[in-house]
Design a protein around this ligand. Sequence first.
Ligand code: ADP
Length: 159
Amino acid sequence: MQAIYPGSFDPITNGHIDVVRRALSIVDHVVIGVIYNPSKHPMFSLEERMTMIRDVFADESRVTVDSFTGLLVDFAKLKGIATIIRGLRAVSDFDYEFQMAITNRRLKPDLDTMFLMTDIDYSYLSSSLVKQVARFHGDISMFVPPIINSRLKEKLNNE
Ligand code: ADP
């Protein structure tokens, strides 16, 4: 069984990685679907975000990285995958995730969204928080793997 884990991953954090690892104990293969949405003004380009995820999961053959633009249901159809993975942190994530899951199911009735709760250690963690701390030269080593930490530093030095 395969599942799609969609998101911006700008950049991937330990919270996302925790969700992928949990998903891999349930499904055989996870396709990480990086959203291409230029109107969100991401810090990292689509290619950069995909390369970072590939680097993080270099030793994990059960993870592949892909990208999509437009509707998630169309991407799922294209891939022939009917399971979506989303991570849940706090109750604050629920409203939005609930709306999206139901909308996606209305658009494609056989599509199901599987929610995985992150480890409590990552329940406050978001990509935007990591970027904010990094911008002010705070220590982000507990939020992202070393490889992402150095990419963030490089990016901020070049800004
Ligand atoms: P999006 O723009 O689609 O929300 P994100 O990259 O921010 O993209 O998040 C992708 C998915 O990962 C979402 O389901 C989000 O709730 C989940 N997620 C983000 N950070 C964490 C975390 N620290 N722990 C668990 N899930 C997370």
